[in-house]
Design a protein. Structure first.
Lengths: 380, 122
């Protein structure tokens, strides 16, 4: 039995507006999201004794927010948000801290427009110096071309069609219409999807998430302490990260032997719940192919079956995925339509939905194919 | 050829003690991967120990550069080399790369330095 099962709860969520250009620093965005999350939890800075963040260093966030004392803090990069969440969960379960503030800012540093902005160019240089390329080869599919490369292979192996990816894109927009936090709120049809400019075959403009400036934060504490908060606590029932020895993009043997398989095996082994208990599904959709593959990897269908599965579980009337006529997918619009926050929006949306009466279990599947998959099974 | 010259010919590349032999090989138009002296396995990218048996006895070994396309995102192809390791490079002399296409190694110049590429095998 996993020692973490149902031991911690997400008791606060906070965000900022998502903008193409917020004209603000990452620290400013993080401060706003953190302030909102701590207040949402009914707490103050004095209650926070742990910090789990991505790029922006914990000591800067602690100083900016005047959090008096922390007994645990960590920065884990790159960011898929589930990683920062699981770090905090582990710290609270271990007793290293009692109430952890988890944060991540999305900040546009890619592309030619960002390169002309001195603030963004300076930040990009800093981050590239930290990360470096994963492969020394002069040409690599990392980090930009890897999903097009593997999508090609997926469609080739399984006789898949671009429409299969299109279901993911159309579903996201259909949900974003109702989310005033989302940046892309015009609904699209399958024809719109297929007509969008091709970027890196087989992935077009509408297969790729929409880069924004914005931040999200959540507050994690013990299940006991969570009972005193203003909201229904959302428990982390099970969590898993997954990585294999072939984590470099070009070295994955095939899509069935990557980190998503590791996540599947260990998430369900640690859980008392099953996929049938899941009311809401939040697969990461930085590229449509990732969300399509997550449908298979969490167990909804077998390898290569996600496309036909979506055909069978598509509501033409509502233009959205309804698994078994019941389970909705990326109800906020995902990274494709709400905005690219490396999975942070998925976690926030899952928590907000679980506070309501219509759902009691949500599965968040984050990260991609290579070195960063992970999942959170959340319940009330 | 001095280490400094390798750095100067491939500015900005991730050259370190484990990878510099790979880049020196590029300058000689030889494609090198690491071979384990104990278990004989090949691996790339170059690392300090053999991932299979943890031996320190790893040394750069030239590969043929023949293989088949595993997948691609034009103009870059990921190739399953005949020796059993992957290689990634630009494809040239080819408008329509295909998965499974046989390819062979060739060389192109980029910023005055040799860079490996693939082309369809005849």
């Amino acid at each position: 039995v996993s020692r973490a099962r149902d031991r911690v709860a997400i008791v606060g969520v906070g965000t900022t507006p998502y903008r193409r250009d917020a004209g603000r620093s990452e620290l400013s965005l993080i401060a706003e999201a953190c302030r909102n999350a701590v207040r949402d939890a009914g707490l103050t800075a004095k209650d926070v004794d742990g910090l789990s963040g991505s790029w922006v260093r914990a000591e800067l966030v602690q100083s900016a927010l005047g959090i008096p004392e922390c007994t645990w803090y960590a920065n884990t990069v790159p960011p898929p948000f589930h990683l920062q969440v699981i770090e905090a969960m582990n710290a609270v379960v271990a007793g290293a801290c009692e109430t952890a503030l988890v944060y991540h800012a999305a900040y546009r540093i890619s592309g030619s427009a960002a390169a002309r902005d001195p603030f963004r160019a300076a930040r990009r240089a800093t981050l590239e110096a930290v990360l470096g390329p994963p492969s020394p080869w002069p040409d690599s599919i990392s980090p930009v071309l890897c999903y097009a490369t593997w999508a090609n292979r997926y469609l080739h192996d399984h006789g898949g069609r671009r429409e299969h990816l299109g279901y993911i894109a159309v579903n996201s927009r259909s949900h974003a219409v109702a989310n005033d936090h989302a940046v892309l709120r015009d609904p699209i049809t399958m024809d719109d999807y297929l007509a969008a400019p091709m970027i890196a075959e087989p992935l077009g403009l509408l297969d790729m998430d929409y880069a924004i400036d914005g931040a999200d934060a959540i507050v994690i504490t013990t299940a006991e302490r969570a009972q005193a908060g203003p909201h229904l606590p959302v428990l982390v029932h099970a969590a898993a990260l997954g990585q294999t020895e072939h984590a470099i993009e070009e070295n994955l043997p095939d899509l069935e032997h990557g980190g998503q398989r590791v996540v599947h095996d260990h998430l369900w082994a640690r859980s008392e719940l099953t996929l049938r208990d899941v009311d809401l599904f939040y697969p990461y959709d930085g590229f449509t192919i990732i969300a399509l593959k997550w449908l298979e990897s969490v167990g909804y269908c077998g390898p290569g079956e996600a496309g036909p599965f979506l055909e069978d579980n598509w509501s033409a009337e509502r233009s959205r995925i309804e698994i078994g006529g019941r389970v909705l997918v990326n109800t906020h619009g995902g990274s494709l339509a709400e905005g690219a926050t490396q999975g942070a929006g998925h976690v926030r949306e899952a928590v907000l939905r679980l506070r309501g009466p219509d759902a009691s279990c949500a599965l968040v599947a984050g990260g991609g194919f290579f070195f960063n998959p992970g999942a959170l099974l959340l319940r009330t | 050829m001095s280490d400094l010259e390798v750095f100067e010919r491939y500015p900005g590349r991730p050259i370190d003690r484990d990878t510099i032999a790979f880049f020196r090989g590029l300058l000689e138009r030889r494609l090198l991967v690491n071979r384990c002296g104990d278990c004989g396995r090949l691996h790339q990218p170059p690392g300090p120990v053999c991932p299979a048996c943890w031996s320190d006895d790893v040394s750069p070994t030239e590969v043929s550069g023949r293989g088949t396309v595993h997948s691609f995102s034009r103009p870059v192809v990921v190739v399953d080399l005949d020796e059993g390791v992957r290689a990634t490079a630009t494809i040239v002399n080819c408008d329509e790369p295909r998965i499974g296409m046989p390819v062979r190694l060739t060389w192109i110049e980029r910023d005055g330095a040799p860079v490996p590429a693939f082309e369809p095998a005849r």
